[in-house]
Ligand binder design. Structure first.
Ligand code: PA5
Length: 489
């Protein structure tokens, strides 16, 4: 029934969109529908841009598909800016079974030590992928359920400088049998370094230096950086962040894989899903979903003034998909005074907060809805003889049917309100689909940034706040900056 509902919804959507476009004569070209027939629907991750049909000109769209294909060539040939950071492209097919086995060895060793809490310390690309996957794959109420399963609880730290956060983290660590994964590619980032110094000192005091060392794993550069030096000195187990993979593209390296394995999820399936997309996205075609997505978002941005992209999900488990995606696109594209500002909402929750603006505020945005075709769970709404809430008309319906109708109704309302809609669909939330989705967004990001004309793989802007913070904290080596900044205050 759920599946049938979806098909009916999709048909209703298509009919309504084209009817609307004809009646208000805003369809910019008669062959627009034909163009969109080209979109490939066989991939695990599908992109549908029909919800943009009434907003853009077909010839312009074709022009941007051409630009996206040129950018695709640049990405494939490795001839673009930042081409020393393309290692992520082949991670799905080249990840060694030994690496997964090494992650599982840590998991099994910590199980023997009865570890029930793993603190994952990292910031930006060094935690968002793992957090996204773990939150997407976990039971919504895992922490509250009596049966917590075999896997330890994974919590995240080192992604802020709040004293309350660190102090309250230590309340939890003190109650539990804890271990720690510290992740920093550079090995010198302040936020994770501060958190790690505190957690490390506590573990050493509680368990002794040797046992603490067995409860700490460092994921960092193969050769350089303070964390590498410390790990070698203390004898921590280490995993390497490859030189040619930047933080925000690192979810399929040990940066993401180890925490995901520790949380009890299947990274082989995740890599298999990503490998399926690695294969299908490597085909040069105007049907390639990464090409379609990159072309349409650049067209909306460059020709129609759509400066904000809102990533929308109707499942709260995807809140951190939004956070991961915002870093990926924000850091990759927001430079040289260019770039789409990435925002995210969870619906229907945020329809009661941000919905007003999206429907009716300044028309600066388009939406990309991450559509999940099937729910993993089933709950049917019952009949109430009194019907005081007047919901008996829904008796016998799945909750997810209401969610699907809210999604469709919102899509049509937002299109009517002037917000173009892209849709990125997966079948369901599981490791395989998530792996495919990670790879899809990474690949499309590389193409999209090259269409925009920026280097997708650097982040020079991130340094500005660090320089000021170090100056204000009187870090040795920043004496001149300290004097200069004090003079400004
Ligand atoms: O994408 C990036 O490169 C950044 O967001 C980094 O991941 C982030 O700054 C953390 O850096 P590091 O892993 O060196 O501590």
């Amino acid at each position: 029934m759920n599946h049938l509902t979806r098909i009916l919804a999709a048909l209703a959507s298509a009919v309504s969109l084209f009817a609307c476009s004809e009646s208000d004569n805003s369809m910019k070209s008669s062959n627009f529908a034909d163009l969109f027939e080209n979109v490939d629907t066989t991939n695990m991750v599908k992109v549908d841009v029909k919800g943009c049909a009434s907003f853009v000109d077909a010839a312009q769209y074709e022009k941007y598909v051409g630009k996206a294909l040129t950018a695709f060539d640049t990405l494939v040939s490795g001839t673009g800016e930042g081409n020393d950071f393309l290692g992520w492209k082949t991670l799905p097919t080249e990840t060694d079974e030994n690496l997964i086995a090494a992650c599982e060895a840590v998991r099994d060793d910590w199980k023997n030590r009865k570890v029930d809490l793993v603190v994952v310390i990292g910031i930006g690309g060094s935690y968002l992928g793992a957090r996204c996957a773990i939150e997407a794959l976990s039971h919504n109420f895992a922490k509250q359920l009596k049966d917590k399963g075999d896997a330890p609880e994974v919590v995240f730290a080192g992604n802020n400088l709040s004293e309350e956060y660190v102090s309250e983290l230590m309340d939890l660590v003190a109650e539990r049998n804890a271990a720690c994964v510290v992740i920093s590619k550079s090995g010198t980032t302040t936020e994770p370094a501060v958190a790690f110094r505190i957690v490390k000192a506590y573990l050493e005091e509680k368990y002794g230096r040797d046992e603490a060392a067995a409860r700490i794993v460092a994921i960092t550069d193969a050769k350089k950086g303070a964390l590498k030096t410390l790990a070698t000195q203390e004898g921590y187990r280490t995993f390497v962040v490859p030189d040619n993979v930047g933080g925000r593209f690192s979810v399929l390296t040990p940066v993401g894989l180890l925490p995901i394995v520790l949380a009890g999820f299947d990274v082989r399936a995740m890599l298999a899903g990503a490998a399926e997309m690695e294969k299908s996205l490597s085909v040069r075609s105007e049907k390639n979903p990464a090409v379609v997505y990159a072309a349409m978002r650049n067209l909306l941005y460059s020709e129609y003034g759509k400066k904000v992209e809102v990533l929308v999900s109707y499942n709260p488990k995807f809140q951190y998909l939004g956070e991961w995606w915002k870093q990926l696109y924000g850091e990759s594209e927001g430079k040289d005074k260019k770039g789409i500002f990435p925002a995210s909402v969870i619906c229907t929750t945020d329809l009661h907060s941000m919905g007003q603006f999206i429907q009716d505020g300044d028309r600066v945005m388009f939406e990309t809805v991450v559509n999940i075709e099937k729910s993993n769970r089933s709950v049917v709404i019952g009949t109430d003889p009194q019907n005081l809430d007047q919901l008996n008309y829904l008796a016998g319906s799945h909750v997810e049917h209401c969610n699907a109708m809210a999604q469709l109704g919102t899509k049509l309302a937002h299109i009517d309100g002037g917000v173009p809609q892209l849709e990125v669909s997966i079948e369901k939330i599981d490791e395989k689909n998530l792996g495919g989705l990670f790879y899809f967004f990474e690949y499309a990001c590389g193409i999209s940034a090259y269409v925009l004309g920026v280097n997708p793989f650097n982040q020079p802007g991130v340094e500005a706040y660090k320089k000021n913070m170090f100056a204000l904290l009187n870090k040795p080596g920043y004496e001149a900056e300290s004097a200069a900044i004090q003079a400004r205050l």
